[in-house]
Design a binder for this molecule. Structure first.
Ligand code: SF4
Ligand code: SF4
Length: 409
């Protein structure tokens, strides 16, 4: 049996409509065609990269004509656009509210695409907190409503560098399913490159896109993923049903050296062996013909943390983290001292003294594994006043009012 994952790569020089349609359609047909991934009755979410309110030529966001070409291919299968919605939660610099959405949709050109194709645009700010039992470091994930309700997610990332994770493609694009300002909390909780990359792998393994099609026509090199990066013509379209494999191939094209792709390093640490070179098949272009040996990588590459200042990391970050993020607390009446929580805590943040369990909130990364695993339901989660206040000021709904689900998509 062939257990290989597959990534197809096709050349495409410009956003010219005919070239785009041909390249996208050929790239996906190498994997079996859109029909293989799209059921005509499905609720489909198109998940582009709408990181900022930036014009298409800045290369920060998925090009609107690329999105349109994908949607047209999907409509060929579904016969109509009525079950298709375009949704993303932007970078924390843009408020995740109606005003922020309108600004991003009009600046990035998505508004015109929605009008032309008849697809809906997401204007809801609702989200749900889902339980991710299989997650290695992230047991609860806040997810925007359109993604929770989707049958099929078509992930449309951009070919870019990232000054935190070195690369940002299909894996990191799924961070956009976390609602607005909540993302800041994730950054604070997972504040070194390893845990942040692991958290992203948990997200993309939990909410798995059915199909990933990457806009690699105009990419970003250097200090991506935003305006500090430099647009660079790459001239490629990539497709895969496996987001992780797609990003591994993207990083090879970018010539990211051995040991410098943080996702691969985390997978190695987790002893996930399915992402070796021999397990990923590249279709279409030959990898050696399309590698870009002088692609500029971010200056932070190889570092362990974004901020390498001991004082900030030891005193300031934990303070900010605990002021904004939800935290765990214990109901001593329910606790029977089974010590399950202490055994599974990835940061050794749970201690036992004076016949009681205690949390070290300074080292706790708010993964909530202990809360998920406690057999007595003795560990609860509270939201701090400041975090809730900021969320409200930014127009986000109250997190406490959201219900939890116990299964993934
Ligand atoms: S897992 Fe629950 S019951 Fe067991 S020690 Fe921890 S808090 Fe107490
Ligand atoms: S104390 Fe609980 S929430 Fe904090 S790191 Fe440990 S398991 Fe995760």
């Amino acid at each position: 049996m062939n257990n290989k994952t597959r990534v197809s790569v096709v050349k495409c020089k410009s956003y010219n409509k005919i070239s785009l349609n041909e390249a996208i359609s050929r790239c996906v047909s190498l994997l079996g065609g859109f029909k293989k991934f799209i059921n005509p009755q499905s609720k489909i979410v198109i998940k582009p990269n709408l990181f900022l309110a930036a014009a298409p030529e800045k290369a920060v966001t998925t090009h609107p004509l690329f999105i349109e070409a994908v949607i047209e291919n999907i409509i060929d299968i579904t016969g109509s656009s009525k079950n298709i919605i375009i949704a993303d939660s932007f970078g924390p610099a843009v408020p995740y509210n109606r005003t922020g959405m309108e600004k991003v949709y009009s600046t990035t050109g998505i508004l015109d695409i929605a009008k032309r194709t008849g697809c809906r645009l997401n204007y809801s700010t609702e989200y749900e907190c889902l339980s991710n039992k299989e997650g290695r470091i992230l047991k609860r994930i806040e997810v925007i409503k359109p993604i929770v309700e989707a049958d099929v997610i078509v992930n449309l990332p951009k070919f870019k560098t990232h000054n935190l994770t070195v690369i940002t493609g299909a894996i990191k694009n799924m961070f956009g399913i976390i609602p607005g300002f909540t993302k800041v909390g994730y950054h604070l909780r997972f504040d070194d490159f390893e845990s942040f990359s692991g958290m992203l792998l948990d997200i993309v393994s939990f909410i798995k896109p059915a199909l990933n099609i990457m806009d690699g026509i105009l990419g970003i090199e250097g200090e991506g993923p935003g305006r500090s990066g430099t647009p660079r013509r790459v001239g490629l379209v990539l497709a895969s049903d496996d987001a992780i494999s797609m990003d591994i191939i993207m990083s090879k094209i970018m010539n990211v050296g051995k040991g410098l792709n943080p996702f691969l390093e985390v997978l190695k640490k987790w002893k996930v062996e399915s992402y070796t070179d021999s397990n990923i098949e590249v279709l279409g272009e030959k990898l050696s013909d399309i590698m870009i040996y002088d692609f500029k990588l971010p200056g932070n590459i190889g570092k362990k943390r974004l901020i390498e200042n001991n004082f900030i990391n030891t005193y300031i970050l934990p303070l900010v983290r605990s002021s904004l993020n939800p935290y765990v607390y214990i109901d001593y009446n329910k606790c029977n001292l089974c010590m399950t929580c202490q055994k599974i805590c990835p940061r050794n943040s749970i201690s036992y003294s004076n016949n009681r369990i205690k949390f070290n909130h300074r080292t706790c990364i708010r993964c909530f594994c202990c809360s998920e695993m406690c057999p007595e339901g003795a560990i609860g989660i509270k939201y701090p006043f400041l975090g809730n206040l900021i969320s409200k000021l930014l127009g986000m709904p109250d997190r406490l009012s959201k219900k939890s689900k116990t299964s993934g998509i």
